[in-house]
Design a protein around this ligand. Structure first.
Ligand SMILES: Nc1nc2c(c(=O)[nH]1)N[C@H]1C(S)=C(S)[C@@H](COP(=O)(O)OP(=O)(O)OC[C@H]3O[C@@H](n4cnc5c(N)ncnc54)[C@H](O)[C@@H]3O)O[C@H]1N2
Ligand code: MOO
Length: 390
């Protein structure tokens, strides 16, 4: 059995960053920016008023000064004259500040009488002007790679970037396997259950930026497995679920091998998730996930999401870990790295008493996977431990 890190290194070697495509700005959020983009303009493109009030010359901004209003500047409608001594221009937020003016006195600090204003004794003396380019200058760069946030979309829009270079989404085919499975919404027979892993993984991979495709359920027969595997041959990554262990009906490895799969590894020293396999099948990478529902989801977090990020050009890193104290004592660990379903409470990490890898209700109630290294000795409450947020 290889270690989790060795398995991850194999998976990064089996996959490569995908090509770059251009998308409309409105379709770019949560995609991966593949190349830096640069501002096509200054923002603001002129010095702009930050408030509604009166634009005045520096010398005229005095308590009690009385000035004559000679014009009006609004957002999108500049006043083209020059403000002279003794003059003021009515101005609104976002309007270009006219020549000659150095401050905007907010309207709350002014009394107006026809076309005359008087500045209050206790007026606030901030300039209320946003200088040209205060937000960004032409040529300022947004660095890549990064997952494009809604704030990035707003910034790119302001920069007048209408098309965005992003990584192509990895096409991932999800193949549930097993005679016992029916799709959600169908009526299971007495010896059947509802396929859940494919749906959980679909959600996980979609959130990670993949184009995940739910394939039909393959039955526990070589011909059925091969039919569905062939249907997935245009994918970048094929994920099978189940049929990875040693039982008489665990046929995924054989079905894939008959189709020419080159195996990179089988079995990882982890719990849950031991019977994981991976290799290349035609032009696709293939990962055979164990069927136990929690095992499949844990392998999704530990292996598949990092692989998707690798394919998106976001680097080759394991799932990020955080640290927190243990809220209770934890027993010594066995030889496999253990990802314990746990809750993060104000007192620290509380591993669930039930760690059976079939229990989706426990997984769904856990916000964390407490990581126990292979052969870790017993740990006391209060000790700091690694965990993966879910
Ligand atoms: N003799 C041994 N038996 C088992 C071993 C072992 O080392 N020796 N390993 C166990 C471990 S650990 C795991 S994990 C499982 C993995 O088995 P498979 O990958 O072959 O998965 P299946 O046998 O097909 O299914 C296991 C379990 O999960 C259910 N399942 C499968 N697919 C789905 C799905 N898409 N949605 C929901 N549930 C699914 C399936 O009905 C079974 O209950 O093997 C142990 N056995
Ligand atoms: O590895 Mo199995 O995945 O322990 O349940």
């Amino acid at each position: 059995m290889i270690t989790v890190n060795e398995a991850l290194a194999h998976l990064f070697a089996l996959t490569s960053p995908l090509s770059v495509e251009e998308v409309k700005l409105s379709e770019s959020s949560f995609r991966t920016l593949s190349r830096p983009v640069k501002a096509l303009r200054d923002q603001p493109p002129f010095s702009a008023s930050a408030m509604d009030g009166y634009a005045v010359r520096e010398d005229d901004a005095r308590p009690g000064a009385t000035l004559t209003v000679v014009g009006e500047a609004a957002a999108g409608r500049a006043w083209s004259g020059t403000v002279s001594a003794g003059q003021a221009v009515r101005i609104f937020t976002g309007a270009p500040v006219p020549e000659g003016a150095a401050r905007v006195v907010i309207q709350e600090d002014v009394t107006r009488n026809a076309d005359r204003i008087t500045i209050a004794a206790d007026y606030s003396d901030s300039t209320n002007i946003r200088p040209l380019g205060a937000d960004f200058r032409i040529g300022d760069q947004i660095d890549s790679p990064r997952v494009i946030s809604p704030s990035d979309v707003a910034l790119m829009a302001a920069m007048n970037i209408a098309r965005v270079p992003v990584a192509r989404r990895p096409r991932v085919a999800l193949i549930p396997t097993g005679d016992e499975l029916v799709q959600p919404g169908e009526a299971p027979g007495p010896d059947q259950i509802v396929a859940s892993n494919s749906y959980g993984l679909h959600a996980l991979l979609t959130a990670a930026g993949a184009e995940a495709r739910l394939m039909p359920i393959a039955r526990d027969r070589i011909d059925s497995l091969q039919t569905i595997l062939s249907l997935a041959s245009d994918a970048d990554l094929i994920l099978t679920i189940g049929g990875a262990s040693v039982g008489d009906h665990d046929l995924v490895a054989q079905a894939a091998a008959d189709l020419g799969m080159e195996r990179a590894f089988y079995k990882v020293a982890m719990r849950p998730g031991k019977p994981l396999m991976a290799g290349r099948l035609g032009d696709a990478a293939m990962i055979g996930l164990p069927g136990n529902p929690v095992s499949a989801m844990v392998c999704g977090h530990i292996f598949v999401v990092p692989v998707i990020r690798h394919m998106l050009g976001l680097g080759s890193a394991p799932a990020p870990r955080l640290r927190a104290p243990l809220a209770q004592d934890v027993e010594a660990n066995g030889p496999r790295e253990h990802y314990m379903r746990a809750r993060l409470t104000p007192e620290g990490l509380v591993p669930d008493a039930r760690q059976d890898s079939a229990l989706l209700s426990v997984l769904a109630g856990s916000g964390a996977l407490l990581v126990r290294a292979p052969n870790a000795p017993a740990a006391k409450a209060g000790e700091i431990a690694d965990y993966l947020p879910l």
